[in-house]
Design a protein. Structure first.
Length: 251
């Protein structure tokens, strides 16, 4: 009888936590409330109620979110909402396992994806293919485009960027650049953008710069901008791509 009362008490606490978690997740931006409750949510609640390890449950939750088409940022916000609802500090290990589970499942579902799982931007390979394709267009079309790079001088070639910063950075770029139909890719501490030579494109790019620098509250080098004319031959195309991969800004 005592065991049954303990079980009912644990179940009641789990139901209360589930309600708080769901509410906070929706407040944080969960897009489709009807898609939130999956078996892996219950596994997280059970692990929390029983005082068990959360990391494997978090990894399974990440995989489930990817399988159901939830983006990595929304998935991370959901787990943050769980810790907030439980009234405990966020567990970095669980968050890393969540992202790992999401990435592994996403790669299994879309092995040829053009999207980087951490930023939501284009993969560097996809970005390079776009440059190759554009280099074959008529010269007027090529001259109407430029390649702009934001060098994150404070990131030490990307070594200081956490998964959370990468996700926030990707969201900023997608939000600002979508309206001007620019394509961006992140690589080793730099964001490369292929965009039209229009005032609106430059304004969007510099909004990205300001917002991304806002993620870095410390001191040191700020973000620098570099522009590259579009390559006009296969040889120039290869040199341009090599430069994007390896060149660092001067000064």
């Amino acid at each position: 009888m005592k065991d049954q009362r303990v079980h009912l008490k644990i179940e009641s606490r789990s139901l209360q936590l589930r309600g708080r978690w769901r509410q906070r997740s929706e407040q944080a931006g969960w897009l489709f409330p009807g898609d939130w409750l999956v078996p892996e949510v219950e596994d997280m609640l059970k692990a929390q109620a029983e005082g068990g390890e959360l990391q494997m449950s978090a990894k399974n939750l990440g995989a489930s979110r990817a399988y159901h088409g939830v983006g990595v940022r929304e998935t991370m916000q959901d787990l943050s909402a769980f810790f907030d609802a439980a009234g405990v500090p966020a567990d970095d290990g669980s968050m890393r396992d969540l992202v790992e589970g999401w990435a592994m499942e996403n790669e299994r579902l879309e092995p040829f994806s053009c999207t980087d799982v951490y930023t939501g931007l284009a993969t560097m390979a996809h970005f390079e293919r776009l440059i190759h394709e554009m280099s074959h267009y008529p010269s007027a079309r090529r001259r109407s485009h430029t390649i702009a790079t934001l060098h994150l001088g404070w990131s030490k070639d990307g070594k200081l960027l956490s998964w959370e910063t990468l996700a926030e950075m990707g969201q900023i770029c997608r939000g600002e650049l979508a309206a001007v139909e620019a394509t961006a890719a992140y690589h080793r501490g730099s964001i490369h953008t292929m965009m039209t030579r229009k005032r609106e494109s430059y304004e969007a790019l510099f909004r990205c710069l300001q917002l991304i620098d806002g993620l870095h509250l410390g001191v040191g080098r700020r973000t620098l901008v570099e522009f590259l004319d579009f390559p006009t031959s296969p040889a120039e195309c290869d040199r341009a791509i090599a430069g994007l991969r390896y060149r660092q800004p001067a000064g």
